[in-house]
Design a protein around this ligand. Structure first.
Ligand SMILES: [Ca+2]
Ligand SMILES: [Ca+2]
Length: 108
């Protein structure tokens, strides 16, 4: 996937490339190369989203994320389902950022 990265990519293009690369880094471990199994999802959540999602070691937490994400119920998380998780988390982060900014504004 490294061939995707070009020298003059914009910040957003780089972010998109990183999301694609991150997904494939985990999806290729076992089974279907292009989807995340439960084990691959757990590995990805623990390694990449530990700061945001807290303890994904918890089996129930992984099951819940899996259930929420797997909209076509095939027991695997494909790239579209993955990007919905990243999108939802990014929206949550932005809300937090806006709230933080508002509090900072009021202090002035
Ligand atoms: Ca896989
Ligand atoms: Ca699925």
């Amino acid at each position: 996937m490294s061939s995707l990265k070009t020298e003059n990519s914009s910040t957003l293009e780089t972010a998109m490339q990183l999301m694609i690369q991150t997904f494939h880094k985990y999806s290729g471990d076992e089974g279907d190369k292009y989807t995340l199994s439960r084990a691959e999802l757990k590995e990805m959540l623990t390694t990449e989203l530990g700061n945001y999602l807290g303890n994904a070691q918890d089996k129930e937490a992984v099951d819940k994320v899996m259930g929420d994400l797997d909209s076509n119920n095939d027991g695997e998380v494909d790239f579209t389902e993955f990007i919905i998780l990243v999108g939802a988390l990014t929206v949550a982060c932005n809300d937090f950022f806006l709230e933080f900014n508002e509090k900072q504004e009021k202090k002035k």
